[in-house]
Design a protein around this ligand. Sequence first.
Ligand code: ADP
Length: 547
Amino acid sequence: ASVPREGELPVLPPGIDRPTFNTAIAELKETLGEEHVELNDKPLVDGWYMEHPNTHDTFHVLEQSKLVSSAQVYPGSVEDIQTIVRWANKYLIPIYPISIGRNMGYGGAAPRVPGSVTIDLGRRMNKVLKIDGNSASCIVEPGVTYFALYEEVQKTGLPLWIDTPDVGGGSVLGNCIDRGVGYTPYGDHWANHCGLEVVLPSGEIMRTGMGALPGKNGADNPSWQAFQHAYGPSVDGIFSQSNFGIVTKMGMWLMPATGHQSYMITFPEEDDFEQIIEIIRPLALNRVLGNIPQLRSVIQELAITGRPKSDFYDGKDPIPMEVIKAHAKNMPCGECAWVFYGTVYGPEETRNSQLDIIRQEFSKVRGSKFFLPEDMPEDHYIHPRARICSGVPELRELDWLNWKPNCAHLAFSPITPTRGQDARIVHEIVTRLHKKWGFDSLPTWCVSGREMHYIAEILIDRSDPDEKRRAICCMREMITEAAAEGYGEYRTHLIFQDQISRTYGWGNQALMRFNETLKDALDPNGILAPGRAGIWPKSYRDKGWEI
Ligand code: ADP
């Protein structure tokens, strides 16, 4: 959708008048080249996943024109980034770095502060700088997508896998520093990164891990991608989900290719989930479940066909479970309430002995059924799922965005221990509040071992302001109620980052005060991504920016 924009454009950074902005932009164009600086003064186009905008959030939950940049800038080198950072300090203009800017459901390419200048790192800095077969690792620039890394690895002929999230168009680096997840044994992306290069808000450049020790004759350190911790305080963490630096290079471990077998198990009753999770825990901890498996509500079997909700249900209200189950009965999964997708790895003998245990344990849930990919028709979701679980990027997960017209999604993603009783509390909150605010509930548990990421996607018709309002109310209530029970989110959309960061308030907001101390020391002018992760620089604090 493209709506004519009102008022004088572009939207200015806070506290900057138009003549100063024009002077600043002219200077930036002069230094970087006219073609590498673009004003955000045209109609906003939401595009779609493959042609996403870098001007705002494709999946806007506020009005489309609320969270927008004033301009986009396209650095071609680390030096360009340093130049931009120094420029921002000179004019006190907020800058907001993105790698690819898809970041679906979490704010897309939008800056938190309207009128920020978006640094689109990915447009020109998009090379895989190294693939090392010996240490099974790579170094990527911000613009390398999962598809691109996959192709580059394939070209080398080395037996290595990448780990990809549900859709493969995002930035390997951007997703990792936002602590996204994938589904092979390397699914915890942040845990598998090794070494960063960062431009600090001062414009200085720094390397972390072994990269801080120069290699012989100025070469990169030979162990940069082999050892994460190196020496001294481990500082990598402060550059993830933060606004303390711009990451320009990142090392990432690749997984040695291995045999794999995906499978699917269905469970008949909605109330089965507590028992299922109790079975999952020891299997996950013992690594019998080889990857990060997903337990998905059966509504997703309907949605992932790419057919709209109206094909299944006439009402405007949330589709009732009986109706979902009645449709599932005629689908390959059969009548059920939950579908579990998992993969085992290793040589055939290992896989078979793991599968024996898995079958045996889950058969304790009355009415459960076990399937292999060959039991399912060619167009069934198990096939792309199996590819994702063996390191092949996919786009199929986008198909549930046909559920509604103008569909956008917003994720509520609390963490719980892998325990039935915790799962029940969170699931009950989510189910009740989705119903209250009129949304279908599409929950998935992604189990990594001791904890689970519970991902509940709210699907919104972007053209309906009331639906957007209700989605925000639903999110805010879920965050508050979950926090009261001790559950917090691992990642969130821009507009909920303040609220969620406040829930991590143990010790009279000790963690946030620590982050603010870092922010003020590293970024005294408060130019880098103010407000990201709820961290506001001194110049913005207590001036009404926090929401
Ligand atoms: P995606 O990989 O989904 O396209 P983005 O590139 O939008 O994701 O990155 C997600 C978020 O992470 C951004 O909104 C931004 O706040 C942050 N980010 C991305 N890349 C960098 C970077 N190189 N340095 C610092 N922060 C970044």
